[in-house]
Design a protein around this ligand. Structure first.
Ligand code: GTP
Ligand code: MG
Length: 218
């Protein structure tokens, strides 16, 4: 049988179809004991508070109120699981780094997030979101080191690119690539996105659709 190599257009179309399907919240966990049973491939969205994790899930699924967003850092306070057409699970994580919440709450979330990310067999990809204005911060490097140790692959997604110039995006990407060279589990491709004007969203959908098992994307 001849091997069919997917074109870029075909993979974008596959992503479009997958993310046009129904997406529903099905579980929220605030402790490792109440995580849902592992089933479909999971994609987790991690990053500092306010980087745009929940907004990105809404942009990918075209549902403006699926994941709750806020101007105040610390909006997402538990691990939220969304079922995308019974084909992929999107996981919205609480942010780390800073938040308008108590120190003990923040350290509790950070620990929960790190432990979940290190030890979940069904986790196929971590999207590590970095604000295009700010670049990689020490709290991101801490998570990257944890993931390197656990050999869990993560991909850098630049967010809020509508707020910066092309030149600034290139500078940030070069800086991030240098950091990625030091981190073995980091995926070399950086995807630039804006949840405001949807740039990069079709490309990210295509990249994530490729992670669903072939018979689960139709
Ligand atoms: P926590 O749940 O607190 O960790 O935050 P989060 O990472 O989920 O961020 P959230 O999606 O709640 O967005 C934080 C703020 O950034 C909100 O005011 C969003 O409207 C804004 N925002 C998110 N994505 C974008 C983007 O692509 N462009 C612009 N201009 N603003 C964005
Ligand atoms: Mg959030």
């Amino acid at each position: 049988m001849a091997l069919h190599i997917q074109t870029k257009q075909e993979s974008v179309e596959l992503g479009r179809r997958l993310f046009a399907g129904e997406c529903k919240f099905f579980a929220g966990s605030n402790a490792l004991e109440n995580l849902p049973i592992e089933s479909l491939p999971e994609i987790a969205f991690a990053g500092r508070s306010n980087v745009g994790k929940s907004s990105l899930i809404n942009a990918l699924t075209r549902q403006s109120a699926l994941a709750r967003i806020s101007k105040t850092p610390g909006r997402t306070q538990q691990i939220n699981f969304f079922d995308l057409s019974n084909k992929l699970i999107l996981v919205d994580l609480p942010g780390y780094g800073y938040a308008k919440a108590s120190k003990s709450k923040i350290s509790g979330w950070t620990q929960l997030v790190h432990t979940y990310l290190k030890g979940r067999p069904t986790l196929h990809r971590i999207c590590l979101l970095i604000d295009a204005r700010h670049g990689i911060k020490p709290s991101d490097k801490t998570l990257m080191a944890t993931l390197d140790q656990a050999a869990v692959v993560y991909q850098i997604i630049l967010t809020k690119i509508d707020k910066v110039s092309h030149q600034e995006i290139e500078t940030k990407k070069n800086e991030i690539s240098l950091v990625l060279n030091l981190h073995p589990a980091g995926h070399p491709e950086i995807i630039e996105t804006s949840s405001r004007n949807f740039s990069g969203i079709p490309k990210l959908r295509a990249s994530l659709a490729a992670l669903a098992a072939p018979d689960q994307v139709s």
